[in-house]
Design a protein around this ligand. Structure first.
Ligand code: HEM
Ligand SMILES: *[C@@H]1O[C@H](CO)[C@@H](O)[C@H](O)[C@H]1NC(C)=O
Ligand SMILES: *[C@@H]1O[C@H](CO)[C@@H](O)[C@H](O)[C@H]1NC(C)=O
Length: 602
């Protein structure tokens, strides 16, 4: 009894100590997390910590107010009421061809519409940029230090309960499990709109001029010029560009093989280039980008743009017999940039979007507006452009079938069959669909690294990005995917829809009506794309005039450019059919390995 009584104070003290200790440590835990981990600020409000456990939302210029910027002002409410949803807008754009033909019929109305599109899309991109992967808050580094990719959303704070902030599991799914269950192609899924292999080939060649990750420094760094500067044709810097020039008539060095014009061999223009050690001399070509000997598709596009440059400077030289090599070269480059942008908007994006409205390249409509002619490439743009599922696992050239993996660095295949045959074959063969379980074995490792890089740089969730780009976030897995089996898989892996990673959302989102992609990829990508193209210096009022491009003749080359002309003006003899879409007559004969090729769903 006595002993028990004597113990009482001791037990009490121990109990108190334990309680105090536990209490302290649990409040330490909440204090340890950043107060903005749950992204409490709505409607683009900016979250800042106030001490260790409180936050403040800055709602300036958002049109909202309140602790979490949750209340709209009257004007915001009216604006939202009048503003159709992205689904509605998309629906309008892929139907009603009569309306769009009518609009296309009047230059005045079409100009107004294009101006609206350029500004509306461009407005979603901060210009000058505000964030990089290094800081969760705004810095001047973002605007001044161009070695970074910029960010459209800052990274998730370092000390949060889960990698996505507060949503989802403490640990993200094993990336090898994602590869097996979400990425890997089992049967080839053809592109639903019937697009041809020209489309991903053009995409890859075009985008690598500004997606240039400096992997040695880290995935947040890049070595490009942040825009359409045609370095994919002319070389990475002055040193390489000079090696690629002939210094005669403004031309690039080239050589004739089998009667066709090709880039010079690497030994004749020793630029930076990546080839395997055992590559033969006649497989190693000197190209604008170190990586472009990698697959025959990139070599085809390198060759055709080289021919186009030499064709254009030939025309300019006739027009201006007094011009020096330098002036012809520099002006030719301006024309090539103009052609690139025009083809991208009026041919490539026209196909990607599947809109009925005619997309026009009309820089003059922005004259007098407050458009910012500057741009920096965002990491998120790079990630969403990982369109590797569009590449088929085999290339069908003539009567031969080349496994993609075995075609790496086989530039000699293009020389063997001829560029014309390759270009014809790309038109006939269907591209793959940008969707889940459609990454071929050649590029599966790229999908894996893009996810790992997204984690390293703490990208916010897919739903956060939808909100950033004025979309409704998805409420359930089935709403995201439209496919029960995939929804179940993702739910098992992520638990919470708000925890789905950016690239996974991009890949698994259900296809929008009559569309190639999900609405998220389409809406987010359109912002970066329009901003990137229209902010090019050549679109600004002091550049955009005929004299910049060698006179009306250069201007007309730009405005008349199409994918078909790019090839047909540079192919001798009869030009085969060239198109981003597989023509009907070849649709029937598709060899979609492992499955039949269903008819495109337009
Ligand atoms: C069979 C064809 C292709 C092969 C073999 C291939 C291969 C690669 C490789 C090895 C990388 C570097 C990845 C890393 O080191 O983490 C890469 C990056 C990339 N690829 Fe592809 N790719 C192919 C097709 C495409 C296509 C069709 C696109 C569509 C536009 C594309 C877009 C990209 C982008 C945006 C990057 C990031 C580049 C950078 O940040 O520097 N690729 N690809
Ligand atoms: C309408 O579309 C055609 C191409 O389909 C184009 O040639 C024409 O210039 C367009 N008209 C206007 C006003 O943009
Ligand atoms: C840009 O940022 C990188 C990484 O933080 C740094 O190494 C580099 O020195 C910076 N460049 C300039 C000009 O500040």
């Amino acid at each position: 009894m006595n002993a028990m009584n004597a113990m009482k104070p001791f037990i009490l003290v121990t109990f108190l100590l334990v309680a105090v200790f536990c209490g302290l440590s649990s409040s330490d835990n909440t204090k340890g997390y950043h107060p903005c981990c749950s992204f409490p600020c709505q409607n683009h409000g900016v979250c800042t910590s106030r001490g260790f456990s409180d936050y403040e939302c800055d709602c300036t210029n958002t049109g909202y107010y309140g602790r979490n910027c949750e209340h709209g002002t009257l004007w915001t409410a009216i604006g939202n009421f009048l503003q159709p949803s992205s689904e509605t807008k998309h629906h309008l754009l892929v139907h009603n061809s009569w309306l769009w033909n009518l609009i296309n019929w009047s230059d005045y109305v079409h100009d107004k519409l294009m101006r609206f599109v350029y500004e509306d899309r461009g407005n979603n991109i901060h210009s000058p940029p505000t964030h990089t992967s290094e800081h969760e808050y705004i810095t001047l580094e973002a605007a001044f230090n161009r070695t970074h990719y910029v960010r459209s959303l800052p990274p998730v704070h370092k000390n949060c309960p889960t990698p996505m902030g507060v949503a989802g599991k403490k640990v993200l799914p094993d990336v090898d499990v994602l590869v097996e269950r979400v990425f890997k192609r089992t049967t080839f899924k053809p592109d639903p709109l019937g697009h041809s292999v020209h489309l991903p080939s053009f995409a890859q060649h075009f985008t690598h001029q500004f997606f240039k990750t400096d992997y040695k420094k880290g995935p947040q760094f890049q070595w490009g010029g942040h825009g359409v500067d045609a370095t994919n044709v002319y070389g990475r810097d002055k040193h390489d560009a000079d090696l690629l020039r002939s210094f005669e008539g403004g031309r690039l060095k080239s050589q004739i093989i089998n009667g066709e014009e090709y880039p010079p061999y690497l030994k004749d223009a020793p630029v930076k280039a990546i080839y395997p050690k055992d590559a033969k001399e006649d497989q190693k070509f000197a190209l604008g980008h170190e990586f472009f000997g990698h697959i025959p598709n990139l070599f085809v596009y390198s060759t055709i743009w080289l021919r186009e440059h030499n064709r254009v400077v030939g025309i300019l030289a006739k027009e201006h017999p007094d011009w020096s090599d330098e002036q012809l070269y520099q002006t030719g480059k301006l024309v090539i940039v103009g052609e690139t942008i025009n083809i991208v908007i009026t041919d490539y994006v026209q196909h990607l979007s599947n809109y009925n409205v005619k997309l026009g390249f009309k820089p003059h409509v922005l004259a007098g507006s407050s458009y910012q002619y500057q741009n920096q490439i965002a990491l998120e743009f790079n990630h969403l452009y990982h369109w590797h599922p569009m590449m088929p696992s085999e290339l069908y050239i003539d009567d031969e079938t080349y496994n993609m993996k075995k075609s790496l660095f086989r530039t000699d295949l293009v020389v063997k069959h001829g560029l014309t045959e390759f270009a014809a074959a790309f038109t006939k063969q269907r591209a793959g669909q940008m969707t889940f379980r459609n990454h071929g074995e050649t590029t599966i490792h790229v999908a894996k690294s893009v996810v790992l890089e997204g984690r390293q740089l703490r990208l916010q969730s897919f739903n956060q990005y939808l909100k950033r780009f004025n979309q409704q976030p998805y409420k359930s897995f089935i709403e995201l995917t439209g496919d029960q089996e995939l929804a179940d898989t993702l739910e098992e892996l992520y638990e919470d829809i708000d925890a789905v990673e950016f690239y996974i959302g991009i890949l698994c989102e259900k296809r929008v009506e009559r569309g190639k992609f999900g609405l998220g990829l389409l809406e987010i990508g359109a912002g970066y794309s329009v901003k990137g193209l229209l902010s090019n210096p050549i679109c600004s009022p002091k550049y955009w005039k005929p004299s910049t491009f060698g006179g009306q003749i250069g201007f007309d080359i730009i405005m008349g450019s199409t994918l078909e002309k790019l090839f047909c003006n540079n192919i001798q003899g009869e030009c085969p059919k060239i198109s981003f879409k597989v023509p009907d007559e070849y649709m029937e004969k598709q060899k979609c390995i492992g499955t039949s090729c269903p008819k495109p769903d337009l």
